[in-house]
Ligand binder design. Structure first.
Ligand code: PMP
Length: 414
């Protein structure tokens, strides 16, 4: 999704950057250039303030207490759930479950839905470009149940081979779990078509929204996915909290994932009954402060407007890509037609770790390695890449700094 020209002037990036106190610092004597947004985004003051306001003003455990602080904390916590419901366009708040993040959400579905529904000989489909979080829980489930994991192949550009996917589908397919946007390639997968084809054979579909939620408008009803998950920390929110969306009828039929306080209706030594949705899946005291701050993050991103900002991000990606392609011996990893602002690459004769160390010396933070996608790296015939991932608060001048630093580092390493 590279746009040649963008209404640059409609966005005041300098103003936006003032919201991110962390950016105003020098690293190794140079102005910090933070290009590691796919690993985690930085947090605006609005999010940081929401956390301190909770601890300074109304720290209390939620749902159980009837005193003032408990009621205030409960209503702030539940306000986030209502905000997430609107943000994802879910049908009801019962469909919004708070987890620790994408990894826990996928483990929840694999352990609850998967262990309840998967039998020997059933098939689960994922793709070559999945994050380890969307591979390992399914492998563990397959091992336990004698089920089979099938993998959709991809082409050299890093795009799913849709016809091959269709060939994998059959009445044996029970779950399709697929990433919306690849963290290593930036590829945007055609998830709507993937979901429709899976439903035609009666399978349920989980969408890993770790990278898509900050870049694309998400409408779970329009996608018709059965599960959708994202982590707050990749959305300008805090670490340690995320969301699992699930269709109500499916969640209702699923057994609890963990047992403990909050997820019960009544406990006796002979029988325990479980709480209503969504609490059935939220055992124990949750991450209250960070969940409250997730609302501040969503409000922040919604105010800026994801689609307006996407145009800006696409311009940054186009600019960076054109500069990268001028570098001798550089190979882009991930050249999908539809992609977000992630530029992953390898350079002949240069190890990505050495490159990252030299870039850091110039205050440039990029990610290197396999990006928790080892099978994808094996498919591409590489061990890892250097990945620059941009966000809304980046400037063209920072890409210039990055490219200059990159050229300098390559000279030193070659
Ligand atoms: N899937 C993708 C595509 C990711 O990028 C990540 C995080 N890098 C995850 C899953 C796991 O997310 P978390 O660590 O927040 O659980």
């Amino acid at each position: 999704m590279i746009t040649e020209t963008a209404p640059y002037t409609t966005i005041d990036i300098d103003q936006i950057r003032l919201d991110f106190p962390i950016l105003n610092q020098k690293v190794n004597g140079k102005q910090l250039v933070y290009f590691d947004n796919a690993a985690t985004t930085q947090k605006p003051s609005q999010v940081i303030d929401a956390i301190s306001e909770y601890y300074e003003g109304y720290n209390a455990n939620i749902h159980r207490g009837i005193h003032h602080l408990a009621e205030k904390a409960t209503s702030a916590y539940e306000a986030t759930r209502a905000t997430v419901k609107t943000f994802l366009n879910a049908k009801s708040i019962e469909e919004i479950i708070f987890t620790r993040g994408v990894t826990e959400s996928i483990n929840l579905v694999a352990n609850s839905y998967g262990r309840h529904n998967i039998r020997s000989g059933d098939e689960i489909i994922i793709s070559t470009m999945e994050h380890h979080s969307n591979i390992v829980p399914w492998q563990m489930l397959c091992e336990e149940k004698g089920a089979i994991l099938k993998v959709i192949p991809i082409n050299e550009q890093g795009e799913i081979l849709f016809d091959e996917y269709l060939k994998l589908l059959s009445s044996r397919t029970k779950i399709v779990s697929i990433v919306y946007v690849s963290n290593a390639l930036g590829t945007i997968n055609p998830v709507k078509d993937i979901i429709e084809a899976a439903h035609n054979v009666g399978a349920v579909v989980l969408i890993d929204g770790a990278q898509s939620t900050s870049h694309l408008d998400i409408d779970v009803q329009d996608l018709d996915c059965d599960f959708y998950t994202f982590s707050a920390h990749k959305l300008y929110g805090p670490t340690g909290v995320g969301v699992l969306y699930g269709k109500k009828n499916i969640l209702n039929d699923m057994p609890p994932y963990q047992g403990g306080g909050e997820m019960i209706k009544e406990v006796s030594f002979t029988k325990t009954t479980y709480n209503e949705l969504p609490y059935k899946f939220e055992a124990g005291t949750p991450n209250i402060a960070d969940t409250i701050a997730l609302k501040a993050a969503i409000d922040y991103i919604s105010k800026l407007g994801k689609s307006t900002l996407a145009v800006y991000e696409n311009e940054l990606l186009a600019y960076c890509t054109s500069q990268l392609l001028e570098i001798n011996g550089l190979r882009l990893i991930g050249e999908a037609d539809q992609k977000v602002s992630i530029a992953s690459f390898v350079i002949d004769g240069v190890h990505h770790q050495d490159l990252a160390i030299l870039l850091d010396g110039d205050g440039v933070a990029v990610r290197t390695g396999h990006h928790c996608t080892q099978p994808l790296m094996a498919r591409m015939g590489i061990l890892g890449t250097t990945r620059a991932s941009f966000s809304k608060k980046k400037k063209k001048s920072e890409i210039d700094l990055f490219i200059n630093s990159l050229n300098k580092a390559i000279k030193m390493l070659k």
